[in-house]
Write a new protein. Structure first.
Length: 255
């Protein structure tokens, strides 16, 4: 998907700066309390409880936390999909490692943002000889992640699915196949949301590309945020796809 300059670009950027500053200033204890309440609201919903494949994210930079959602999904046997940034260089490195290694490589450096907490057992078996990034080069792909031990620092120091242990899912696999991409629920981060479900992200367009995929046409999209990130209205770009629900410390609201 190729994006031109969005409408009201200056207004979007000004709001983005203001919201990121406010989120960064949120005290750690308050962020933890609000994130705990927001996650509990989603965990209690029938949509979450019925879901078998879920798309989540690992929270960084004071984003609304997802550690409880990850733990609950793994404990309940849901398939968890997490984003991973991919480049041509990392694809080559993964291919080389997969052909010679019998176990996942260790993380080279501690990340500035550590992985979410979760059970240490039940790690996925490394895929040998595969090219996990073949279908998502130079952007962001999704990979099934079986437990916290499958996470390692990625391109930006953010915990991501290890590319050797967790090959990227084929988003174009035949529906109903063992590797099919059909999330029942997708928990989407954002810098801001409005009351119609429109989302303001960081501007890279990664989630816009995912949300436009035909396999996500029936996915329940949930924007996870703090209540102060919900605004009356956002400038909307033609490619924006609104979420179906907003989940904050104040509760889960279907739109």
């Amino acid at each position: 998907m190729t994006h031109s300059t969005p409408p009201d670009a200056e207004a979007r950027q000004a709001l983005r700066r203001a919201m990121l500053a406010r989120r960064a200033a949120l005290p750690q204890g308050e962020a933890a309390r609000l994130g705990h309440a927001a996650q509990n609201a989603l965990l209690a919903s029938p949509a979450w409880q019925a879901a078998r494949q879920v798309l989540l994210y690992v929270a960084v930079r004071n984003e609304t936390a997802t550690a409880r959602l990850l733990d609950a999904a793994w404990a309940d046997g849901k398939q968890v999909l997490l984003p991973r940034c991919v480049t041509s260089a990392s694809t080559s490195a993964v291919n080389a490692g997969a052909s010679s290694a019998t176990a996942p490589a260790s993380s080279e450096n501690a990340a500035a943002f550590g992985p979410a907490s979760g059970p240490a057992s039940g790690s996925a078996v490394p895929a040998q000889g595969a090219s996990p990034a073949a279908n998502c080069d130079n952007e962001m792909c999704l990979a099934p992640c079986a437990c916290a031990a499958d996470l390692k620092p990625g391109r930006y120091g953010i915990a991501e699915p290890d590319p050797i242990r967790c090959p990227a899912i084929d988003m174009d696999a035949a529906p109903g196949s063992a590797s099919s991409f059909a999330p029942d629920i997708a928990v989407i981060p954002g810098v801001a949301f409005d009351r119609q479900g429109n989302r303001l992200g960081h501007g890279a367009g990664y989630y816009d590309r995912f949300l436009a995929h035909p396999a996500m046409a029936r996915t329940a999209l949930v924007g996870l945020a703090y209540a102060f990130q919900i605004v009356p209205a956002l400038p909307v770009a033609p490619w924006d796809r609104p979420v179906h629900a907003l989940c904050t410390e104040e509760g889960l609201t279907w739109l």
